[in-house]
Design a protein around this ligand. Structure first.
Ligand SMILES: [Zn+2]
Length: 283
């Protein structure tokens, strides 16, 4: 399975000279399972570059098919959707899964950000590609691009954010962006989802100090991410969803802090990577 990072920021895009190494786009990750399918995790502004890259292949010829898993509908997870060019190419097929009380509600959320007051071009109804939208039943595993997917809602804001575990045969990746645990740490059902994963991509918005300062915002600090990785005994922790105000040097510091915390708290064998826009990981 190959994982590619297209946007690794939280909340709002943060382009500029101080964010060139880790990147300024908001959340978007792609997974290529061994069978060659494509899964897209969230559609923050990073989805724009992913879309343009995909158009160089079968998606540009209207023969592409992909599944999009949306953790939740805050701006930094859906704002790239109207700018994801393969959606406008007739013949492409997209299967969209997300957390909402119904599929119609999820469609309404995506359609809402494309209302003419916000977006000048199109609506979901005439984007061109075939699009089907399904609200996720949290309790049940489902099949996406030949992989088995399980979802679980983490505490985040009023509606929570889904974390996803994607299993491709024996390999497993967990995507847990936007997780604001209470002081006791991740709930048992979340630890269950993370358990033994080859890769845990985890919200790491803040330093421990900023995490305590902004505890009401519903995000994890690097300390929370480390604790989640150790509780789940994962093989590799990938820090993700950095605060928009952190410079590259500050994110370097966040990663160094994560390594130290892992070593101090019994996670010495867990590898640590700071997600960066344009980087790939293979398992
Ligand atoms: Zn977010």
């Amino acid at each position: 399975m190959e994982i590619a990072f297209w946007g690794v920021r939280g909340s709002i895009p943060a382009p500029g000279p101080s964010t060139v190494r880790y990147g300024g786009n908001t959340s978007c990750v792609s997974l290529r399972p061994k069978n060659g399918g494509l899964i897209v995790l969230d559609c923050g502004t990073g989805a724009r570059n992913l879309g343009m890259t995909l158009m160089e292949g079968v998606f540009g010829q209207g023969r592409g098919e992909a599944s999009i898993l949306l953790s939740h509908a805050h701006w930094d997870h859906i704002q790239g959707f109207p700018f994801f060019v393969p959606l406008y190419q007739p013949g492409n097929r997209f299967h969209i899964f997300g957390g909402a009380q119904s599929s119609a509600m999820l469609e309404g959320i995506l359609e809402g950000q494309m209302a003419p007051q916000y977006f000048p071009v199109q609506t979901l109804k005439n984007m061109g590609a075939g699009i089907d939208i399904a609200a996720i039943d949290e309790g049940a595993a489902f099949q996406v691009a030949g992989c088995t997917v399980r979802a679980r809602t983490n505490p985040h804001g009023r509606a929570g954010a889904l974390a996803f575990r994607i299993e491709d045969g024996a390999q497993s990746v967990v995507y847990a962006s936007d997780a604001g645990y209470d002081p006791s740490g991740p709930p048992p059902a979340s630890v269950d989802l993370y358990r033994g994963a080859d890769i845990l991509i985890h919200d790491s918005t803040y330093t421990p100090e900023d995490g305590r300062r902004y505890a009401d915002r519903g995000f994890s600090s690097v300390e929370n991410a480390v604790d989640a990785a150790i509780a789940g005994r994962v093989k590799r922790l990938v820090l993700f969803h950095y605060d928009q105000d952190y410079s590259d040097a500050e994110v370097d510091g966040l990663c160094a802090r994560g390594r130290r915390l892992l070593d101090e708290r019994g996670g010495r064998e867990i590898e640590l990577t700071g997600a960066a826009e344009g980087a790939t990981l293979a398992i």
